[in-house]
Design a binder for this molecule. Structure first.
Ligand code: NAD
Length: 427
C-alpha cells in the first residue's frame, strides 16, 4: 500500500537537502529540522443544540531566530499536526527569503467550518486563543488566516486576546478586516504577490505576458486575486478549479475565451466553491478536478492545497508549460519536483511565490503597532518591491550557481535563519 502523504516529512527532506548543500553542522540541523515549540490542546465548545463538542487545536512555533513567529491558522477536517509542522517550517523559510524580521509558526484546528454555525466557529476561535494566549502576541508569535479562516475569525481571536490581556493589541493578529486594524491590500496580497513573481519570471524567460495563457487550481483567496492581476497584465486565464462540498469532489471550470474572475467571484461562496449551474450558464465547461494540470498553457498556478502535483499526474503537464508558480504551500511532491526540474520548467517555489500574504501581514502588524495606516497604493507598491527583490535574489543565485529555483530559495532562506541562530549563540 502506498504510504500516505506526510507534508512534514517532505519539508524535512527539502531542508535536509539544503543543509547538506550548505554543509550545516549537526546541531544547527537538529534545531532547524524540528519545531522549536509546539502546543497541542483541546477546545471544548458549546454547540447550538446545547451539546458540547471537543475540538483539537495546535500552534507550532518552528523558529523565532529572526523575529516573532508568524503564520496562519487553518480550519480543516483533515488537519494533522504534521501538516501544521510543515507549514510552520515553510513560514520560517518564507519570512527569511523575502527578508522580513519574523520567524515561522502555524496553527490549526481539526474542524469543518462547512458544518459549523458562526456562533460555533466563534467558540472555536475564542477557545483557541484561551489555550495559547500567554504564548502568542506581537512580540512572540503573530497568527493570521489560512485555509477556511477569514477576517471575522481573526477579529474574534483578537477580541478574546485583548480581553485576556486587558489592553488593546491590534498587532497580535493579522488578516483583520479593514477599519478594524486590517491593512488595505491584504486581501489581494498573496495572489498579487504570486503574479509579481510570474511577471519577473516571464521577463527573465523572454515571454510576453500579454500572449500567455495560465491555468489555475483552486478559486479561493490566493487564486482569485492571482487570476485578477494576471488578467490585468494582459494574460489569459483559461481555467480555475475548486472543491465541491456537496459532491465531495473537485471540478475544473474552463472557458476558451478566458475566465472572468469578477464574474466567477460573484457565483463563488466564501469557501471558494463555484456554483456549477450558474457557471455553465455563463459558458464555462465543467471538467474533472485534475483537468487544470493538462491545459495547453504557458503558466500553471497550483493555488489550492499541498500534494497536488505528484508522480501520478506530473506526466500530464502539457509541453507548452514554461512556468509553475506555486501559490499553495507544498503543492508539489519531491517525485514530481524532480521531473519538473528535469523538464526544465521554471519553478517559482511556494515559500517565495506566495510570500505576498505574510509580507502584507507584516505591513499590517507594523501599521497596527504605529496606529497609523497606509493607502492601498502604498501597501501594494511596498509589496511589489519586496516580492521583486525576493524573486531577483533567488533567480540570481539560481543562475549564478546553475541550480534549481527551489534549491536557490532554500539556500538563501536556510542560510539567513542558520546565521541568526549562530549569532544569537544558540548553536
Ligand atoms: P481558500 O480556502 O480561500 O481557497 C482554497 C481553494 O482551493 C478553494 O477554491 C477550494 O475549493 C479549493 N480546493 C480545495 N481542495 C481542492 C482540491 N482538492 N482540488 C481543487 N481545488 C480545491 O484558501 P487560500 O487562502 O486561497 O489558500 C490556498 C493555498 O495557498 C493554501 O495552500 C494556503 O496554505 C496557501 N497560502 C495562502 C495564503 C493566504 O494569504 N491566503 C498565503 C500563503 C499561502
Amino acid at each position: 500500500m502506498e504510504k500516505p502523504f506526510n507534508a512534514f516529512e517532505m519539508a524535512q527532506k527539502q531542508f535536509d537537502a539544503a543543509a547538506e548543500k550548505l554543509g550545516l553542522d549537526q546541531a544547527t540541523r537538529d534545531l532547524l529540522r524540528n519545531s522549536l515549540r509546539e502546543y497541542h490542546f483541546l477546545i471544548p465548545v458549546r454547540m447550538d443544540d446545547g451539546s458540547y463538542k471537543v475540538f483539537r487545536g495546535f500552534r507550532v512555533q518552528h523558529s523565532d531566530a529572526r523575529g516573532p513567529c508568524k503564520g496562519g491558522i487553518r480550519f480543516h477536517p483533515h488537519e494533522t499536526v504534521d501538516t501544521v509542522r510543515a507549514l510552520a517550517m515553510w513560514m520560517t523559510w518564507k519570512t527569511a527569503v523575502v527578508d522580513i524580521p519574523l520567524g515561522g509558526g502555524k496553527g490549526g484546528v481539526i474542524c469543518d467550518p462547512h458544518n459549523l454555525s458562526d456562533r460555533e466557529q466563534e467558540g472555536i476561535c475564542r477557545g483557541w486563543v484561551r489555550q495559547v494566549a500567554v504564548n502568542v502576541g506581537h512580540e512572540q508569535d503573530v497568527p493570521a488566516p489560512d485555509v477556511m479562516t477569514h477576517g471575522q475569525h481573526m477579529l474574534w481571536m483578537m477580541d478574546e486576546f485583548e480581553r485576556i490581556r486587558g489592553a488593546k493589541y491590534p498587532g497580535f493578529i493579522t488578516g483583520k478586516p479593514v477599519g478594524m486594524g486590517g491593512s488595505l491590500g491584504r486581501t489581494e496580497a498573496t495572489g498579487f504577490g504570486v503574479i509579481y513573481t510570474v511577471r519577473e519570471a516571464m521577463k527573465e524567460l523572454g515571454l510576453d505576458i500579454k500572449k500567455s495563457i495560465g491555468a489555475f487550481q483552486g478559486f479561493g483567496n490566493v487564486s482569485q486575486y492571482a487570476v485578477k492581476l494576471f488578467r490585468e497584465y494582459g494574460g489569459k486565464p483559461i481555467c480555475v478549479s475548486c472543491w465541491d462540498q456537496t459532491d465531495q469532489t473537485s471540478y475544473t471550470f474552463r472557458r476558451e475565451s478566458g475566465v472572468d474572475p469578477d464574474e466567477l467571484m460573484s457565483i463563488t461562496d466564501k469557501y471558494g466553491t463555484i456554483d456549477k449551474a450558474k457557471a455553465r450558464k455563463a459558458g464555462y465547461e465543467i471538467l474533472p478536478g485534475d483537468a487544470w494540470i493538462e491545459q495547453e498553457a504557458d503558466l500553471l498556478v497550483p493555488a489550492a492545497l499541498e500534494n497536488q502535483i505528484s508522480g501520478a499526474n506530473v506526466g500530464k503537464i502539457h509541453k507548452r508549460v514554461r512556468i509553475i508558480a506555486e501559490g499553495a504551500n507544498g503543492p508539489t511532491t519531491p517525485e514530481a519536483d524532480a521531473e519538473i526540474h528535469k523538464r526544465g520548467i521554471f519553478l517559482i517555489p511556494d515559500f517565495l511565490c506566495n510570500a505576498g500574504g505574510v509580507t502584507c501581514s507584516y505591513f499590517e502588524q507594523v501599521q497596527c503597532n504605529m496606529n497609523y495606516f497606509w493607502s492601498r497604493e502604498e501597501v501594494l507598491s511596498k509589496l511589489d518591491e519586496k516580492m521583486t527583490a525576493g524573486f531577483k535574489a533567488v533567480s540570481d543565485l539560481a543562475r549564478k550557481k546553475n541550480i534549481y529555483m527551489r534549491d536557490a530559495a532554500y539556500l538563501i532562506a536556510v542560510t539567513r535563519v542558520a546565521e541568526a541562530s549562530h549569532k544569537r549563540g544558540w548553536v
